[in-house]
Ligand binder design. Structure first.
Ligand code: PMP
Length: 429
């Protein structure tokens, strides 16, 4: 038995499911998860001494590679001055100014401790600002484990939401309207019925929690228009796309200006950080300036700010994005070719530093429904073939892949070579 499997068995006695976040348990692919001991650059090393080329990057934050010296040194230096003060600090101001400088739509920003806190607070702010209760989200988009957002569509676009987790009151879920991603007509239909009750639309501008599904041309523009027409707040959840699709996120890449933006993952450089920000007029409704309450004992934590600031400063070298994007397209084209050689139908999506691949005959995957119709058995088989060959992909068919800026040409070639063998091994599943 591997050391990872031993630890997983042990963990299940003291931690629910053996993990502190469900997807880590490998439920989506079967088998035992690997327990990681350390990581450096593009590689993770597990407790059995196996090296993996990592395409998860701690689910996004490791865009500059694991253990990046500038980020690590900044965190150590800050820690030497104290771990937390619960008072304002200069570095919080620097961090806010840095985010405002990089993300086009953000005029004011509030730091929090996770992506979930960012979306939860942004939704509350949108509701407080508009004095409306309903929110609109998209099927297959994940915005953290916020009660109002853990809601899936009912049988049609106009069905009021049903909670998809026990513990969420139906009374709360009924305020969440869920429609299909990339279906502007459905959005318009919902607004024609509930327009003056909807506080906000929240969207992942590139969906990364149902594999990787970019917006169709005109979709994000249409959301902007609908919000303008009905006085609703447009929230981009850029927890994944921020600093990954482009330095200024998907809003910069697609040229759309949301009212509020949620950030997470990347802005902490690996420390637990999130943020929400946007138009000054809306942000000033937050306490203590305004009546909408939001707070956090460890928000703006000095060590997290130091790590995050070092990450964002390093990311201002835009040439890094060119390299990362080239690696993504090389990897996806390599996968497509390797799959074709093995006779495995495969469709790929990618934008910026995010990618996804679907075991499907479809030429294009643009919806949650299509993402769920893929050959899951083949994905699971492929996953383990790759893992055995030292390639660590997200252990679920519904997660985007993340490239870092330090994956080398040789890493990509090694990955494609592994994929060639893995596709061949699963060709008949
Ligand atoms: N929004 C998006 C788009 C996410 O991908 C995630 C996490 N994967 C979250 C919000 C929640 O972030 P966290 O896990 O830090 O609470």
């Amino acid at each position: 038995m591997s050391r990872s499997s031993e630890l997983f068995a042990q963990a299940q006695h003291s931690i629910p499911g053996g993990v502190n976040s469900p997807v880590r348990a490998f439920a989506g692919v079967g088998g035992d998860p690997i327990f990681v001991e350390r990581a450096n650059g593009a590689y993770m090393f597990d407790v059995d001494g196996q090296r993996y080329i990592d395409y998860v990057g701690s689910w996004g934050p490791m865009i500059l590679g694991h253990n990046h010296p500038a980020i690590r040194d900044a965190a150590i230096e800050a820690a030497e001055r104290g771990l937390s003060f619960g008072t304002p600090t200069a570095i919080e101001v620097q961090m806010a100014e840095k985010i405002i400088d990089i993300v086009p739509s953000i005029e004011k920003v509030r730091m929090v401790n996770s992506g979930t806190e960012a979306t939860m607070s942004a939704i509350r702010l949108a509701r407080g600002y508009t004095k409306r209760d309903k929110i609109l989200k998209f099927e297959g988009c994940y915005h953290g484990h916020v009660d109002s957002l853990l809601v899936k569509a009912g049988s049609g676009a106009l069905t009021l939401g049903q909670p998809n987790s026990p513990g969420i009151p139906a009374d709360l879920a009924q305020h969440t309207l869920t429609v299909s991603f990339n279906d502007l007509a459905e959005v318009e239909q919902v607004f024609s019925q509930y327009g003056d009750e909807i506080a906000c639309i929240i969207v992942e501008p590139v969906a990364g929690n149902m594999n990787c599904i970019p917006p169709q041309p005109g979709f994000l523009e249409g959301l902007r228009q609908v919000c303008d027409d009905h006085g609703a707040v447009l929230i981009f959840d850029e927890v994944m796309t921020g600093f990954r699709i482009a330095p200024g996120g998907a809003q910069q890449h697609y040229g759309i200006t949301p009212d509020l933006t949620c950030l997470g993952k990347v802005i902490g450089g690996g420390m637990p950080v999130g943020a929400f920000g946007g138009k000054r007029e809306i942000m000033d409704h937050i306490a203590p300036t305004g009546p909408v309450y939001q707070a956090g004992t460890l928000s703006g934590n000095p060590v997290a700010m130091a790590a995050g600031l070092a990450a964002l400063t390093t990311l201002q070298d835009h040439s890094l994005y060119t390299v990362m994007e080239a690696r993504v397209s090389q990897l996806m084209q390599g996968f497509q070719q390797a799959a074709a050689e093995a006779g495995v139908p495969l469709c790929v999506n990618y934008v910026g530093g995010m990618f996804g691949f679907f075991f499907t005959e479809a030429k294009e995957v643009t919806s949650f429904a299509q993402a769920t119709e893929c050959n899951m058995a083949q994905f699971k088989g492929f996953y383990h073939e790759m893992l055995q060959r030292g390639i660590y992909l997200a252990p679920s068919a519904f997660e985007a892949g993340f490239m870092s800026m330090v994956h080398s040409q040789a890493d990509i070639e090694e990955t494609i070579q592994a994929a060639r063998q893995a596709f061949a091994a699963v060709a008949n599943i």
